[in-house]
Design a protein around this ligand. Sequence first.
Ligand code: SF4
Length: 179
Amino acid sequence: MSDEARGPEVITQEEIERHHQRLLREAEAAGYHLNPDVDFARLLARGLLINARRHGYQACPCRLSTGVPAEDRDIVCPCDYRDDDLDEHGVCYCGLYVSGAVARGEQEACSIPERRMPADQRRQGTAAASPDESEVPAVRALPHPVWRCQVCGYLCARTRPPEICPICRAGRERFERFM
Ligand code: SF4
């Protein structure tokens, strides 16, 4: 039966398990961890598949998506807020991704506050962040610090360095502030 004929909510167990396995592989390869509670992670994998069918992209299963790509860009999984939430709380907003400490059972996963701003504030923020054509990019203030992996040279701009380098898998302690 085609996806259209059966509706977006009808997802087979096999599809959910396959997607969960794929998310697991991709997370571990990039130095991230999925929630070790398999049933819970599969529930979220199902939500991602439903949204992918509805909108054509995997909008966050725990947030209200609009179906307008430009409005939902920040909540396409993994969302823009995942890394800061993992650093601060050890889980992403939905709880699909967890820190190493949570994955190893050293820290408990809990529900966390929403970091995403309301739509009107997000729009204002985007407008304010739009580059001024007269401005030289090199001298514009960077919105995030840039971190460099001292092992392989991987660079990333984010609040804190990643827990594990996605390229060489060196730990956070091997990162230095680059800019
Ligand atoms: S909160 Fe978690 S599951 Fe939701 S989009 Fe962000 S990373 Fe994905």
